[in-house]
Structures are given as C-alpha cells and as structure tokens.
Design a protein around this ligand. Sequence first.
Ligand SMILES: NC(=O)C1=CN([C@@H]2O[C@H](COP(=O)(O)OP(=O)(O)OC[C@H]3O[C@@H](n4cnc5c(N)ncnc54)[C@H](O)[C@@H]3O)[C@@H](O)[C@H]2O)C=CC1
Ligand SMILES: O=C(CO)COP(=O)(O)O
Length: 345
Amino acid sequence: MAEASDAFASPLRIAVIGAGAWGTALANAAARAQPDVMASAESVPLWGRNAADMAAMATRRVNERFLPGVTLADGVAPSSDPAVMAGADAVLLVIPAQQIRAALAGLKPHLSRPGLPVIICAKGIERGSGLFMSDIVRQSLPEAVPAVLSGPSFAADVARGLPTAVVLAADDEWLAARLARRLSGPTLRVYHSGDMRGVEIGGAAKNVLAIACGIVMGRGLGESARAALVARGFAELVRFATAFGGETATLMGLSGLGDLVLTCGSAQSRNFAFGEALGAGVALAAAGGGKLTEGAATAPVLLQRARAAGVDMPVASAVADILDGRLGVDDAVDALMMRPLRRES
Ligand SMILES: NC(=O)C1=CN([C@@H]2O[C@H](COP(=O)(O)OP(=O)(O)OC[C@H]3O[C@@H](n4cnc5c(N)ncnc54)[C@H](O)[C@@H]3O)[C@@H](O)[C@H]2O)C=CC1
Ligand SMILES: O=C(CO)COP(=O)(O)O
C-alpha cells in the first residue's frame, strides 16, 4: 500500500490505559507528536488504576513510582477515572500482558465502541490460554479493532525524547499507517505494518531470549556466547513466528531483531537484568528485583505453543527449564552445547 500521506493527517485523540513506565512514556510521546493538535487543547488522558498515584502525578507532573526523573509533557492528563476514555479515537493498552484480560473486563463499558482501535503495547503471551494479545482483545472487546505497537524502545529513552523507532501493525494497514502517523514525532519514528502476528510475536518472544542472554552474561560466559544466543535465538523466534503466520521480513525489523539487539545487549532491560542476576546465582524469587519481567511469565507458554506446533526452540526451552527449577544454569548451557551438530538454519 502507499506510504502514509497528509491525506489522513486529521487529529486522532489518543488515550493511554496503564500508567507504568511505558504508558507514561507513550503518553508523553503522544502529547509531543502534534503541536497543532495539542495547541487546540486536546489532552492525552493517561489512565491508571491507583487513584492516589494518579492524583500525585497530576499535581507533581512526574510518575515517581514508575518513571522517576521525567517530567510529564504538557497535555498529558493523569486520571484514575475510566470515563476519560470516552472521547478517545484510539487507545494505547499499556499494562502487563498477564493483566490485560482482567483489566479489559473492568474497562469494557468505557471501550465498547464499534471500530475503536486498541493498540496493544504489552509484550507477552497469556499463560493458561496460550493466546496472543490481539486474540485477547478480540475476545474481550469484540467491537474493537486490535493493533500492536512494538520495537526496541526503553521507556526512559522515549520519555526523554531520545531518538527511537518502533512499528505499529494492524490487519488494516491503512489504519496502521494512520495511527503510526499520529504517534510519530520529532524523536519517535513509528513505522507501520500489516503483519500484526509477526509484530506481536517479535515483542513477546524476545523477552524470553533477553533472559537467556542475561543468564549467559551473569554467569560470565562471554560476549561470543551472547552473540551466539542472539543469532540462534533469533532463528528460533523466526521459526515460531512464521509457524503462526508472521512474516520473516517483519521479524528482521524492529520487532524481533531490533528488540533482541536492544534487550540482549543492555542491563537497562528488566528481562536481561533478571537473567543476569540468575546467572550470577541470585535466587529466582529475588532476581527480578520486584520489577516486571514479562519473559518469565511468557517462557513456559511460549514453549507450550511451540511444542504443540512442532517448533524447535532450544534456547527458550532452556530458559523455561531454568525458571521452573528443572535445570541449573550450567546444565542448561551444557545441554545447548551438546545438541547434535547440524546444518545452520
Ligand atoms: N518499560 C519499557 O521500556 C517497555 C515496556 N513495554 C511493555 O509494556 C508493558 C507494561 O510495561 P511497563 O509500563 O514497563 O510496566 P510497569 O511495571 O512500569 O507498569 C505497569 C503498570 O500496569 C499497571 N497495572 C498492572 N495490572 C493492572 C491491571 N490489572 N489493571 C490496570 N493497570 C494495571 C500497574 O499499576 C502499572 O501502572 C509490558 O508488557 C512491557 O513488556 C514495551 C516496551 C517498552
Ligand atoms: O521491551 C522493552 C524494550 O523494547 C523493554 O524491555 P524490558 O521489559 O526487558 O525492560
């Protein structure tokens, strides 16, 4: 399809659901994206479930709990009243993957509008059901239109206005382009895609592989081992995604390879940091440091879906085994190294 053009530059009112680090960063980005829209007094509602936190955020103009040190952009309107979603033309859904179903059940009365784009920004697969996030949105809000935003993007970077590129996918690529254009700004470049499955799997699976890289680095196994894991991890991510309808080209882009490079290479990633602590011998219960580690929740269900589809995922499998206590780190590494030699694919 044609590239996004000014033909659909009409303002879209965006609301953000979830006032953690990423929701706050994206609210900032949405408020900075279009000075003309913001000048016409359109605010970006940022909804969070904790009334006291949201009131403090509205007064102090900072999210002390999840994104300290970053001032909220003018136009971001923190609130704990879900009624603020009423005027939105599209919503960004930015709560942890395992919480999405429960959250949507509560918010449904405020989101039941035919054709409302619900842009999923969480990265994970639901435990229990094994469903991808777009499937949960389809089940929970049958009238809505799911879309997915993913790619290499630390909340702190985006919130500070450091240059970042992500991708936004929807089944209707014209809609994806329109939403991408609305969210793009001087420091956030949003590409668009019609491959929603590929984009959502890229974000979900890379978190598991980031844990693997963290484990290797925490164990002191070296940069060569990390590079091998990134490359072989990417191979299994592509195998998995294509088995579920994703396109290889998508995974070679921002959501997939791009996000792997970011989160496998930086302790700023909570998943990487969690793995690094595990590799260094910190107990499972303490390794996450109380932070959200989506990959830990996704690993077993990623494996479950891979096995059911006949997809070989040795790296993700090693992570799931370590998290489950079935294998120690050294045994898992030995098992990976002792796999039968074969042609690279
Ligand atoms: N932080 C980052 O750099 C990025 C995060 N993401 C993804 O965004 C999602 C959210 O991550 P963060 O914002 O970083 O997490 P966070 O831990 O900073 O914040 C999570 C937020 O979700 C809220 N929440 C949890 N359960 C809820 C529920 N049932 N109903 C309503 N609100 C609920 C919490 O109160 C909190 O405000 C994750 O899937 C993550 O993988 C994606 C890209 C970048
Ligand atoms: O998804 C992210 C960056 O793209 C954030 O990664 P973590 O959740 O591991 O911090």
